[in-house]
Ligand binder design. Structure first.
Ligand SMILES: [Zn+2]
Length: 667
């Protein structure tokens, strides 16, 4: 069922009035400024635990009561956070087990955030307790619109409690059969056969770190620990406020948690978006950011997501923190909406006076007033967002999917061999996503266990690992008429990183693709091969599978080295569909050209008729078309039809121009 949480665009972000508790006049000024900036939502209480529970069992909610009321009176809704992202000093002092143990085996001292054990029963109990009290207190407050659970879950803990939990997790995964584990982890190698479960420990630099299957299990365990920690957090919220939606803010393509799995337990997905604009590569940055938006949008069957954080100006944690030009952040916000966000939110509303993040961009600067470039830009955007109520809740309809699977992110990191230094799986997925967006065709970004049947074309770059049943599902998809593209080093191992025997690609995929991959060559940096495809020459870098056709049509061949003349690009008819294999890593130019052929073969049209110069990205969401200029110059846009400009209300037709950072929302 399609869910819609709000009928207007949410505009606001992280607000930390707890940092200004001794200057209540600033709270009142914030209300005035929020209204000026067209802010309609504030996310509060994220790191307030030491204020709301200053001593164990002693609670201080007066300030939060006042703030909830104040925001409500000013027409601003509240996204209320649970405070587990950072614990109060008393808690760590009294219960040291809540602190994280690093890989070194040394327990951390109190400090920073995210520094908690995911397993500790005491920490889980304390979190559940404070969450219950918060939920009971505000369950009927009219400002409360959403729960924001913790903040940017991340990291891992190696304490004894976590070691024991890991052993139990592994035991369950391998059906309580140590011999099965010994087989799947290939423990005969280097004499690692275990005769007791207690011999399992977390992977460590000074211990076991050369067993890929074990590292995969650790990744899965840590990810599951986060999910189970989250479930513990939301238990009282689900019970007390069953109608308030729940989210937690994810971080880009962070690989410590399987977000695709985690998302199943959220009411809506949200993420923190911090592109590095204006560093001379805005179009590439926009393509990569679009990919991430689409990855999060795809996690709940295309349901709109929230951009929970972004900066209204700069960040403080890039190596060099460039100020974006005026208009850039507005364009960035519009891009998020074009790809499915129902919110534009900032970290943060008002700059901290001191501490680690005092120079991170905020809507209100240290000067304290509204007469700044950043404030004016935010207010301008806020006003425009008020016209976009009809966009909320609408979906994108993608006929193309890129497989980018979190477990395969892990698997492609852990194995040793071939090109060990040039092996970025996510970048490879982005490379194959970009040509579609550049041609106005929307794509979903899905895990390998997603439903394939709704797509006309699926690209699965570097799908090194196959989860149980995936090979059969790919075969069925193609047999039933699907078009499927695989690239180099694909279909090599199962979920335990065990190589498939009998030749690559795995199992019956050899027949499906009509090829056999005999060897894989790796090219040092700077060394190139090339491929002849359709009479044109394309650069090949880093990795070349040396394949034989066993029935597939050869579309392209290598031009150099001892495998000159051998197939590099193949196409095989299988059932009603087509299976393509691109045996090498390309620099993006080949992907651009090959995608044109794929789109033609699969008869996929652009999502709309609007076309524009290079550097403009066009995206259809529901009934709205977003045209966004990420280039450094003025561009031409051909509307090829008549549209209403959603923001200005005027009718547009024919050819029009867009300034740098300019955008159009058409309906
Ligand atoms: Zn622990």
């Amino acid at each position: 069922m399609k869910k819609k949480f709000f009928d207007h665009m949410i505009h606001g972000g992280d607000y930390n009035p707890d940092q200004w508790i001794k200057t209540p006049e600033i709270w009142d000024e914030d209300m005035r400024l929020m209204k000026l900036a067209h802010v309609n939502s504030a996310t509060i209480n994220i790191f307030s635990w030491s204020l709301i529970e200053p001593e164990e069992g002693v609670y201080n909610f007066g300030w939060l009561d006042t703030m909830m009321d104040k925001l409500h009176e000013n027409g601003i809704s509240v996204i209320l956070a649970t405070p587990s992202g950072a614990r109060p000093p008393w808690l760590a002092q009294k219960y040291p087990e809540v602190l994280r143990v690093e890989e070194s085996g040394i327990r951390n001292e109190f400090g920073v955030r995210h520094n908690h054990c995911l397993t500790s029963p005491i920490y889980r109990e304390k979190v559940r307790n404070i969450n219950r009290i918060i939920a009971e207190r505000y369950k009927n407050h009219p400002a409360l619109k959403m729960w924001h659970i913790s903040n940017e879950y991340c990291g891992e803990c190696h304490c004894e409690l976590c070691q024991e939990a890991f052993r139990n997790w592994v035991r369950e995964y391998y059906h309580n059969d140590l011999e099965e584990l010994n087989d799947k982890w290939w423990n005969g190698f280097w004499s690692h056969r275990m005769n007791d479960w207690s011999q399992i420990n977390s992977p460590k630099f000074r211990g076991e770190n050369h067993v890929p299957a074990m590292k995969l299990c650790w990744n899965r365990f840590v990810s599951d620990s986060h999910i189970s920690f989250y479930k513990n957090e939301i238990e009282p919220l689900r019970e007390i406020t069953p109608d308030i939606p729940i989210t937690t803010n994810f971080m880009k393509m962070y690989d410590g948690i399987d977000y695709q799995k985690f998302a199943k337990g959220l009411d809506l997905v949200s993420w923190d978006n911090y592109p590095a604009w204006d560093k001379g590569r805005n179009v590439s940055e926009a393509l990569e950011t679009a990919f991430v938006h689409d990855a999060f949008r795809s996690m709940k069957d295309g349901q709109p997501f929230f951009m929970m954080e972004s900066t209204p100006s700069l960040v403080n944690w890039h190596d060099v923190n460039k100020l974006p030009k005026s208009g850039m952040q507005e364009l960035s916000a519009i891009q998020a909406i074009a790809h499915g966000s129902d919110s534009v939110q900032y970290f943060q509303w008002r700059k901290s006076r001191a501490g680690h993040e005092k120079y991170h961009g905020a809507v209100v600067d240290h000067c304290g007033h509204e007469n700044t470039r950043v404030f004016r830009d935010v207010a301008h955007l806020g006003k425009n967002l008020e016209k976009l109520g009809d966009v909320t809740g609408s979906y994108c309809n993608s006929k193309v999917a890129i497989v980018c699977d979190w477990e395969n992110i892990w698997a492609t990191k852990h194995f040793c061999g071939f090109n060990n230094i040039n092996r970025n799986y996510v970048a490879e997925c982005m490379k194959w996503y970009a040509p579609f967006l550049k041609n106005g065709i929307s794509a979903d970004v899905i895990p390998m266990d997603a439903d394939f049947s709704k797509y006309d074309l699926i690209i699965a770059p570097f799908l090194y690992m196959l989860k149980d049943g995936t090979a059969e599902r790919i075969e069925k998809y193609i047999e039933n008429g699907g078009n499927f593209v695989a690239t180099y080093l694909s279909f090599m191992v199962d979920k335990n990183d065990m190589c498939f025997l009998g030749g690559f690609p795995a199992e019956n995929l050899k027949n499906v693709f009509g090829i056999w991959n005999e060897e894989t060559d790796s090219l040092p940096e700077g060394m190139k091969n090339s491929v002849d495809f359709g009479g044109e020459k394309y650069d090949v870098e880093h990795v070349c599978d040396i394949i034989h056709s066993t029935g597939a049509e050869i579309l392209g061949t290598y031009e150099q080295d001892f495998y000159k003349g051998m197939p590099a690009v193949t196409e095989n008819n299988y059932g009603k569909g087509k299976a393509y294999y691109v045996a090498f890593r390309n620099d993006g130019n080949f992907a651009d050209i090959f995608c044109k052929k794929l789109v033609e073969d699969a008869q996929i049209a652009p999502d709309c008729n609007v076309t524009a110069d290079d550097g403009v990205l066009i995206r259809k969401r529901g009934e709205h078309i977003f045209v966004m200029n990420f280039s450094d110059s003025k561009v031409k846009v051909n509307l090829n039809g008549e549209y209403k400009n959603t923001v200005s209300g005027e009718m547009l037709t024919g050819e029009t121009e867009l300034d740098v950072c300019g955008y159009l929302i058409l309906e």
